[in-house]
Every structure is written in C-alpha cells, then in structure tokens.
Ligand binder design. Sequence first.
Ligand SMILES: Cc1cc2nc3c(=O)[nH]c(=O)nc-3n(C[C@H](O)[C@H](O)[C@H](O)COP(=O)(O)OP(=O)(O)OC[C@H]3O[C@@H](n4cnc5c(N)ncnc54)[C@H](O)[C@@H]3O)c2cc1C
Length: 333
Amino acid sequence: MSVPENNGDFTDLLIIGGGPAGMFAAFYGGMRQASVKLIESMPQLGGQLAALYPEKYIYDVAGFPKVTAQELVNNLNEQLKLFNPEIRLEEKVQHVEKQDEHQFIVTTDKAVHHAKAVIITAGVGAFEPRRLELDEASRFESVNLHYFISDLNQFKGRKVLISGGGDSAVDWALMLEPIAQQVTLIHRRDKFRAHEHSVENLYASGVKIITPTEITALHGTDRIASVTLSDVKTKETQEIEVDDVIVNFGFVSSLGPIAEWGIEISSNSIVVDSRMETSIPGIFAAGDITTYPGKLKLIAVGFGEAPTAVNNAKVYIDPEAKLSPGHSSNLKL
Ligand SMILES: Cc1cc2nc3c(=O)[nH]c(=O)nc-3n(C[C@H](O)[C@H](O)[C@H](O)COP(=O)(O)OP(=O)(O)OC[C@H]3O[C@@H](n4cnc5c(N)ncnc54)[C@H](O)[C@@H]3O)c2cc1C
C-alpha cells in the first residue's frame, strides 16, 4: 500500500503530540492512505510512558498481559513506521489557525506547517516536572540532578538519593536498589503516599529511608557532590555524599497555548463529540486531552479514540471517502 504525496504543502493529517494516542493515530492515518505529520515537543516519542514511567509494567492494554511502558512505545514505533509518517521531535506547537475548510496553519517554535485536518493528542499538555526549589538546582539539571529517568543502568554502582513520597519515588527506589551501590529515599512526611504493597516492599528492601526530611542545599562545583538534608520537625541537618539526585515531586501540566486556539475547553480538556471532533470542524482530538461524559484517561481508551478521530478526519478531508476503514487483515503489507 502506498502513501499519497502531500498535496502541495498541505499534509492530510497533522497530529500534535506523540504519546500513545498520537503514535497510534499516525499509524492509522497511514493505513487510511493519508499523508501524516506528527509533531512532538519532547526529544522522544511515547508521551507519559517514555518520559515518566518507561520501566514500569502496564497490565491493562488489550493483548498484552504485561508490558513495560517503553516496550509498548517501541512496538507503537515499529507499527507507525510501516507507513513512514513525517515525525518532528523537539518542536512545540504554539498556534493552530483555521483559514478555511481543509486549510489549517500550524505554527511551532521552529516552522509553519499546513494541513487539511488536525488531530490533537497532546495528553496532559506540555508537561514539566515539579522542580526542587533551590537557587542552585538549575545548574545541575543536565548533570546529575534528574527529573526523568530513561535508563536505569546509568545509576549502576552509584550512590543515589531519591526525594519524593509517591509511587514514582518508591518504585524508582525499589528498581534501583539492585543496580546502584546505595539508594537513599527521603520524603518530607513520615508516610509514603505510594501503593501499600510497594511501601511494604520498600521497608523490606535495602533502601535507606530518612523521613521526615527534605533537601535544603546542594553542594558541588560541576556536579552535585553532597547534599544537606534537614529534618522537617527538628530542623537538625546532616550532609550526605551522593553521585546522583533524583527528584520525584510529580509534574505540572497545563494546556498552555492550546487554550488559546479557540477550541471549546472544559476542565482543562478539549470537548469532543462522538466523532472525536472539537468545536472547530476539521480539528479532532484523542487521548487524555479529550473530555466527554464518561471519559476515562487510559491508554486503552486513547487507542480507541485515535482511529475514530482519524477515520472521521479522513471523511472531513474527502466527504466521498468511506468512514469505515475495512479490515486491516485484508491488507498486504
Ligand atoms: C506513572 C503513571 C502510570 C500510568 N499507568 C497507566 C496504566 O497502567 N494504564 C493506563 O491505561 N494508563 C496509565 N497511565 C496513564 C497513561 O500514561 C495516559 O493515559 C497516556 O499516556 C495518555 O496518552 P496520550 O497520548 O493521550 O498523552 P501523553 O502520553 O500525555 O502524550 C502527549 C504528548 O503530547 C506532547 N505535547 C503536548 N503539548 C504539545 C505541543 N503543544 N506541541 C508538541 N507536543 C506536545 C507531550 O510532550 C506528550 O509527549 C499512567 C500514567 C502515569 C503518569
């Protein structure tokens, strides 16, 4: 099956956001013989799965009894490459404007794109980690202060300090314990908010736990060599040597520029109808970013919404086209 060339400068489908919903939409657009451009602000595809929990297991995606988030992203990548969509990484969409039916101008921080239809799969919006509120923190960010983890092995044989009390902090501590030389987990409260079972495993593990404690200073020139920890109640301090500091205070997200594109928004999400079309004809949405009565923010749900958005976008672009894609099992790929 061949993918048609762009008609002039106009891509058939421009997809904003390369999380699981956007990746599957990109594959599906190719399957519907649409030309596809996918724009993602992060350096990698995969959305929350790749950025926030690549090594965690997911159990509720159909057909996968158990799969790590990164494996699922790798599979989505392999699947979407069947149709060679244009993927643009590290490019953030700032503005979408409808000029006329089938004519959208999408402006990013790097270029201006033209599309016949737009599908927004921007998840929770462009997300950022909640940062350590210390003046000196920013200069260690690209060195040994981590808010995201992409490869557990980078911590092999190292002294790692993790700060945070939720699931991510506890999970990272447990996963790093057999790899790192030493893992210390601190939290500003006495109790961890993580899943009960994980907390039980934590106390049974070799992770050193210090609570209620917070980081009050980072020391080092080129990299953090030690940190000052302060007891939240007694204010007593201690300095410990570290090779790496991982901060897991969760992340903040906002729709950012999306809220200014004139699309109907409700509770920080994009309102869609049963065709996954937004209040602007020709702009569709899928995945965590959408809202409608009964909406669930799950990967499996995004995997259903993406084909609905793509098939309806196909009909928007070409009203003669069939809504139903037919069965993929009839394809010869
Ligand atoms: C720790 C954790 C565990 C989870 N476990 C599960 C689970 O077990 N099962 C499950 O079903 N769900 C789980 N989820 C939820 C699941 O990850 C989300 O439902 C899913 O990622 C939503 O996919 P998405 O493609 O809609 O959005 P996202 O994954 O959020 O991807 C959206 C992408 O759009 C990009 N983007 C946003 N704005 C712009 C812009 N302006 N320009 C360019 N790019 C942009 C973002 O950078 C991001 O990469 C979990 C979430 C977390 C945080």
